[in-house]
Design a protein around this ligand. Structure first.
Ligand code: RP5
Length: 162
């Protein structure tokens, strides 16, 4: 059963959003990927959000660039948690996307992540952490992932000064 939806405003967002898909795949979490544009396919957006709970989605990771209203509009139509990823934009480098997503008025929350690849990967890790509540096997995978990262940093060395 698909547990996480990854949606984005355009296929041009895929370079960034594939980082979320990669994390979920590595953790063995079932997910789907869809292009859903808030302003170009508003009816699809409404249908996707309205049916999310009934379809069993536990989280929706939504990435968009520019006037990035996709995550906020999805959140308006479902109480399935929406994790927003600001995609870098052509002229404002994603600062517009970030502010559009993060500045939700009180009452309809969107969890907002960093601009770009790190945000996409972290949104997926956050979804894994949500799903790991009540799933001990997934929690163990998350702990192992953290341990591996820790070991990598502990093994880092720095060059001697000449
Ligand atoms: C947004 O407009 C998309 O999320 C994308 O980041 C941006 C540009 O879309 P395209 O013109 O590349 O389709 O809706």
């Amino acid at each position: 059963m698909i547990e996480v939806g990854i949606v984005m405003g355009s296929n041009s967002d895929w370079d960034v959003m594939q980082n979320a898909a990669r994390v979920l795949k590595d953790f063995g979490v079932a997910f789907e990927t869809r292009v859903v544009s808030a302003h170009r396919t508003p009816d699809l957006l409404f249908d996707y959000a309205a049916s999310a709970e009934a379809r069993g989605l536990k989280a929706i990771i939504a990435g968009a660039g520019g006037a990035a209203h996709l995550p906020g509009m999805l959140a308006a139509k479902t109480h399935v948690p929406v994790l927003g990823v600001p995609v870098p934009s052509k002229y404002l480098r994603g600062e517009d996307s970030l502010l559009s997503i993060v500045q939700m008025p009180k009452g309809i929350p969107v969890a907002t992540f960093a601009i770009g690849e790190a945000g996409a990967a972290n949104a997926a890790l956050f979804a894994v952490a949500m799903l790991a509540n009540g799933n001990p096997a997934l929690a163990d995978q998350l702990k192992a992932f953290r341990k591996k990262q820790e070991d990598t940093v502990l093994a880092m060395t720095l060059p001697e000064v000449e």
